[in-house]
Design a protein around this ligand. Structure first.
Ligand SMILES: *[C@@H]1O[C@H](CO)[C@@H](O)[C@H](O)[C@H]1NC(C)=O
Ligand SMILES: *[C@@H]1O[C@H](CO)[C@@H](O)[C@H](O)[C@H]1NC(C)=O
Ligand SMILES: *[C@@H]1O[C@H](CO)[C@@H](O)[C@H](O)[C@H]1NC(C)=O
Ligand SMILES: *[C@@H]1O[C@H](CO)[C@@H](O)[C@H](O)[C@H]1NC(C)=O
Length: 570
C-alpha cells in the first residue's frame, strides 16, 4: 500500500513538472480538484459553469424546499423545487394577470432590475415579447388543442414560464385586462421530502439554458440516446408533430423534454434508484420526478406582487439585488447539511479518456462520441446501483484545507510583490519548514510530508477524488520546494505563477471586502457580462451589471437587441 501511495504522489507530481501527462485523470486533476471544491457551492460553480461531473446526492427528509406557481393546490408529477424561497418566488405569479407592476404594450427595453431580467431565456422572451400576435411557432403551445400543457399550471419550469408570459402578453393585447382580483397573484408552496431523497447532482451551472456547454452533461451524455430535438425551444421544427402524433414538449431549449427524459432514465435504466436531479442556476434546484410520491406539503401561501416587483423604493434595494443576495448567501455552500454528496465514487468526464475537450475559450465541453459516452453511462449506472460506501471520506473538506492554507500564500508569491530572490526564498522556507528534518534533508520526503498533511492514506481502491486531491497537493508542495531552490528571482516567480494558473482556484476571483449593501457579482445565467466573469466586482444595484456573457446582445445594462439569437444548442 505504501508503495502504491508513494508512487502515486511522486509519480503524479513529476508528470506536472515535466508537462507530460499520460492519463487523463492525472492530466485533469486540477479540474477534478476544483469540481470537488466547488460542488454545491454557488461561487465556484458559477465561475466554472460547464459541469463535467456527476455525484450521488442525498437531501434529508424534512428539509424545506420551495415551489412557485400560479396554483393554490398541491402540485403533482415531475416538477421543479428550489432551495431558496426567493428563487421559487420568481415563479409564484398568476398566469392570467399581467406581470406585476406592468401595464401597456411591450417595452423595447427592460432594466435589469426588473423581474424580467431574472427570467430565462432571453431569446424566447424576445420573440414572445415582440411577436405574440404572429401566431408563429412560439405561440403554438398556447393553443387549446394541446391540453397537456395548457392544463398544467404555471410552475417553476422554464417552458411553462415562457408560455405563461406569452399568455400575459396575449391577454394584455387582445383581451381586456379584466382578470379578477383572485387571479392576479401566485402561490409559494413549501414542501418537505417524506424520505431522504436520492438525487443525481450535475455540477456547474447545469440548469443554465445556455449554449456555452452548461447542458453538455445532460444533452450530450445522459440523454445521448434521446437528445432534445434540435430547435426544441421555440423554433419552427416544433410545429411538426412527432411520429406518435403528439407534439414534442417545448419550453426554452427543451427544458420540459429534458426533465421528462431524465426522469424516464431514472425510472428505467436506473431502476427507480434516483428520485430526481440536482442542478444550479440562480440558486440550486431539484427536478423531482414525483412530487406526489416524495413530498409532504408544509404550507401553501399566497404571494404578494410586491414579492416580485422590480421597483426600488427609496433606500430599498429592489427585487433584483434581494434575489441575488439570497443566491450569494450560498456562495460558499448550500449549508445546513441540506445536501450530502458522495465523493468516494463520483464520476467525471475529466477523468474519462477522450470524453471531453477544451474549446477555444478554454471551456470544457463534452465530446459527442457514442463509444466513449456509452462507457461513461455504464459507469454512471454502476455508481447509481452500487450499495452506499461504508466509510465515506469528505474529499471536499480535504480540498478546503489545501485551499484555505495556500490560496493567499500562492497569490502573494505570484503577484510579483515579493521583488527579490532572498525575500521570495524566505517566504517559501517559512511555508516548508514544518516538513523539513534539518538534521537529515531529503527533498523527496519533505514534499511527501507536505502533500500528505491533510490527505488520508490512499488504498488501491481509492477513487478519482483521492488521486486528484493528492496530486494537486503534491504539485503545490513540489513546486514550492523547487521554487525555494531557484537560482533567479524570475525562475521562482515563473514557477509560482504557472502553479497559480494551473490551479485556477475560483477563490482568486472573489471580491474582497464588499459593503454590507453589496454583493460580489459573478455572471449567473442569464445575467452578466464577459468583464464580470473575468473580474467579479462588488455591486449594490443590479442596474450596474453588464450583459453579453451568455450570448445576449449588448454590453451595457440598458441595451437589449430586439433580434433573437438563433444559434441555439449546437
Ligand atoms: C395530487 O396527489 C395527491 C396525493 O396523491 C392527491 O390527493 C391529489 O388529488 C393530487 N392532485 C391533483 C391535482 O391531481
Ligand atoms: C450527438 O451526435 C448524435 C449523432 O451524431 C446526434 O444525433 C445528436 O444530435 C448529437 N447530440 C447533440 C446534443 O448535439
Ligand atoms: C439603481 O440604479 C438606477 C439607474 O442608475 C437608479 O435609477 C436607481 O435609483 C438605483 N437604485 C438604487 C436603490 O440605488
Ligand atoms: C529520501 O527518502 C526516500 C524515501 O524514504 C529514499 O528512498 C531516498 O533514498 C532518500 N534520499 C536520500 C538522498 O537520502
Amino acid at each position: 500500500m505504501r508503495n502504491l501511495w508513494a508512487s502515486l504522489s511522486l509519480g503524479l507530481a513529476s508528470t506536472y513538472a515535466s508537462g507530460k501527462d499520460t492519463k487523463p485523470s492525472v492530466q485533469n486533476s486540477n479540474h477534478i480538484f476544483n469540481a470537488i471544491h466547488s460542488s454545491m457551492r454557488q461561487w465556484g460553480s458559477s465561475l466554472i459553469h460547464n459541469g463535467m461531473s456527476l455525484f450521488l446526492a442525498t437531501v434529508p427528509k424534512g428539509v424545506e424546499l420551495y415551489h412557485g406557481t400560479s396554483e393554490p393546490a398541491r402540485i403533482n408529477g415531475t416538477e421543479w423545487l428550489a432551495f431558496e424561497p426567493e428563487h421559487a418566488l420568481v415563479f409564484a405569479r398568476s398566469h392570467r394577470g399581467p406581470p406585476p407592476g406592468r401595464g401597456g404594450p411591450p417595452e423595447p427595453e427592460r432594466h435589469p432590475h426588473d423581474d424580467e431580467a431574472w427570467h430565462p431565456p432571453e431569446r424566447f422572451d424576445e420573440r414572445s415579447r415582440y411577436m405574440p400576435w404572429h401566431g408563429d411557432s412560439a405561440c403554438d403551445d398556447l393553443e387549446p388543442r394541446h391540453p397537456r400543457h395548457d392544463d398544467r399550471p404555471l410552475t417553476h419550469t422554464a417552458g411553462q414560464r415562457a408560455r405563461a408570459r406569452m399568455q400575459h402578453e396575449q391577454q394584455r393585447l387582445f383581451i381586456e385586462e379584466n382578470s379578477p382580483e383572485d387571479q392576479s397573484y401566485g402561490y409559494l408552496h413549501t414542501y418537505q421530502p417524506k424520505k431522504d431523497l436520492r438525487l443525481l447532482y450535475i455540477d456547474g451551472q447545469s440548469a443554465a439554458k445556455s449554449d456555452k456547454g452548461t447542458l453538455d452533461m445532460q444533452d450530450i451524455v445522459l440523454l445521448h440516446d434521446n437528445p432534445p430535438p434540435k430547435g426544441a425551444d421555440d423554433h419552427p421544427p416544433l410545429r411538426e408533430p412527432s411520429k406518435d402524433g403528439h407534439r414534442r414538449p417545448g419550453g426554452p431549449m427543451g427544458e420540459v423534454y429534458r426533465a421528462e427524459k431524465l426522469c424516464e432514465l431514472a425510472q428505467t435504466e436506473w431502476q427507480g434508484q434516483i428520485d430526481g436531479f440536482l442542478r444550479m442556476e440562480l440558486g440550486f434546484e431539484i427536478i423531482l420526478c414525483s412530487f406526489e410520491r416524495d413530498l409532504d406539503v408544509k404550507r401553501i401561501t399566497r404571494a404578494t406582487s410586491q414579492d416580485m416587483g422590480g421597483s426600488s423604493g427609496p433606500g430599498g434595494n429592489g427585487n433584483g439585488l434581494n434575489y441575488y443576495q439570497a443566491v450569494a448567501s450560498r456562495f460558499d455552500g448550500i449549508g445546513g447539511h441540506r445536501v450530502t454528496l458522495s465523493y468516494d465514487n463520483f464520476i467525471s468526464l475529466f477523468a474519462a479518456e477522450g470524453a471531453m475537450t477544451f474549446n477555444e475559450k478554454k471551456l470544457p465541453r463534452a465530446r459527442n462520441d457514442s463509444n466513449i459516452i456509452r462507457t461513461f453511462l455504464t459507469a454512471t449506472k454502476e455508481m447509481i446501483l452500487q450499495p452506499p460506501t461504508t466509510d465515506p471520506k469528505d474529499w471536499q473538506a480535504v480540498a478546503d484545507m489545501v485551499v484555505t492554507k495556500y490560496a493567499d500564500r500562492i497569490q502573494y508569491l505570484a503577484s510579483g510583490d515579493v521583488d527579490n530572490l532572498k525575500s521570495f526564498k524566505a517566504e517559501l522556507r517559512q511555508l516548508l519548514r514544518p516538513f523539513i528534518d534539518y538534521g537529515n534533508r531529503n527533498t523527496t520526503l519533505e514534499i511527501h510530508r507536505c502533500a500528505t498533511q491533510y490527505v488520508p492514506e490512499l488504498s488501491s481502491s481509492s477513487g478519482v477524488a483521492a488521486v486528484s486531491v493528492l496530486n494537486v497537493a503534491t504539485t503545490i508542495c513540489s513546486t514550492l520546494s523547487n521554487a525555494a531552490e531557484a537560482s533567479t528571482h524570475k525562475e521562482a516567480l515563473d514557477r509560482t505563477q504557472s502553479l497559480k494558473s494551473w490551479l485556477a482556484w475560483p477563490i482568486w476571483k472573489r471580491c474582497r471586502g464588499c459593503g454590507y449593501n453589496e454583493v460580489c457579482f459573478v455572471p449567473i445565467w442569464p445575467m452578466g457580462g464577459e468583464q464580470e466573469h473575468e473580474h467579479p466586482r462588488c455591486v449594490s444595484n443590479m442596474s450596474e451589471i453588464s450583459r453579453g456573457y451568455w450570448g445576449d446582445r449588448g454590453p451595457g445594462p440598458h441595451h437589449r437587441s430586439k433580434s433573437s439569437n438563433k444559434n441555439d444548442l449546437r
